[in-house]
Design a protein around this ligand. Structure first.
Ligand code: ZN
Ligand code: FE
Ligand code: FE
Ligand code: FE
Length: 166
């Protein structure tokens, strides 16, 4: 019996499906996180990244179309776990300032997972000679890094307020 993953091309496609599942799950979680955020900059950061995420999902669809396979059918179990943790946090009885800090902590876990995943598929795309595809995926990687940086910036104020909360 032939292995399902017989070369880097197969692994590349598997990782794209994994990211497609991750983005799909994030699209459902981000509105809840934006809703729960009190700090206006944090709310704006989530809303902005929600719009980017819609486009990121589309990018994977375009890439998969070019490579002639369906991105659906895989579940990213890691993102399922990260989002479960975030949703449990949303239910915690926390002061709004502390909840904001917690939302950032959860959201950065999401962004770092995505940065790892997109870094990998960019490397594979380059190796496999898919230059246009690599550039498309690198756009998403940049957005994930920017989202993480924005969260770092917002966290300065948010954490200070959480520290002073009583
Ligand atoms: Zn996987
Ligand atoms: Fe994303
Ligand atoms: Fe995954
Ligand atoms: Fe993201």
């Amino acid at each position: 019996m032939a292995n399902k993953l017989k070369n880097l091309e197969d692994l590349f496609k598997h990782e794209l499906k994994d990211l497609y599942s991750a983005e799909t799950q994030i699209l459902e979680a981000l509105p809840k996180m934006a809703e729960k955020a009190s700090n206006p900059d944090l709310k704006k950061a989530f809303e902005h990244h929600l719009e980017e995420t819609k486009n990121q999902k589309k990018r994977i669809e375009e890439v998969c179309k070019k490579l002639d396979f369906d991105p659906k059918g895989e579940t990213c179990k890691a993102m399922k776990g990260i989002i479960k943790e975030a949703e449990d946090m949303l239910k915690e009885d926390a002061d709004p300032e502390v909840m904001d800090a917690a939302l950032i902590a959860e959201a950065q876990r999401v962004e770092h997972y995505e940065m790892a995943g997109y870094g990998t598929v960019c490397t594979y795309a380059e190796r496999l000679g898919y230059n246009d595809i690599k550039n498309k995926l690198a756009e998403t990687l940049e957005e994930e890094k920017n989202a993480d940086n924005t969260l770092n910036k917002v966290s300065k104020n948010v954490n200070a307020k959480a520290e002073a909360s009583h």
